[in-house]
Design a protein around this ligand. Sequence first.
Ligand SMILES: [Zn+2]
Length: 235
Amino acid sequence: MRKNSWIVWLLLLAGAFVVVELHPQVVPQVESQVKATNDKVQPYLYLIKTNIESKLNGTTKTTTEKQVGKVSTPIEEPLKNMITAKTYYYHFDNNVPENVQQVFQNAVDTYNNTGIVRLIPQKSEPNQNNITFFIYHKKINNIASSTVELGNGGPSALQLNNYAINSGRAGLNMTYPNMSVKNSVAMHELGHALGLAHSSYTNSVMYPVDQGVTKLSEADLNGLRKIYNQSTTTD
Ligand SMILES: [Zn+2]
């Protein structure tokens, strides 16, 4: 626990630094309207499949979206009803090993292939959308609970009126590399960084329990289109 709270504080400080750093460079004359709405790390969990019913508190659905008609994967709060650029600049933290870079690169390629977002491998300027890929270590104390956090990620939006600059993060838990270094987990965490929230449908990459899904569902694509201001197929 001590180690975990240390990491959280470090990330909080890093988030605060980003906000402080960005602030003066975003249209200074409207500085008072700039609000950092999301400078906290959100501990998104990604759990293994066993014994999940009690963990998800009734949010599980065994149906797929095909059975209930077309839906849209929910959007993370910081990017809801905001306008944001579809172009992202991404980089890997220095300690990210090759195999982790590979699964995140596969995920980047999959999202780029949608044409909805454009992820470019270079460091961003302060006013550009960006994504940092990272690794961390988090041991599950109560292994009897049969749930393991495989990764976490999320958007962090600096909001100027209804315009958002998103500094997303996506990371894998390297305490359990055999379970976490997977394309499905990378797809899920990058989805969070891009603004997708959890889906209750098992064929979504955003279902909170790893189903090995690496293909974005129609609802996932609709969610992305909403965030990046394209018309959805449900409209
Ligand atoms: Zn998640």
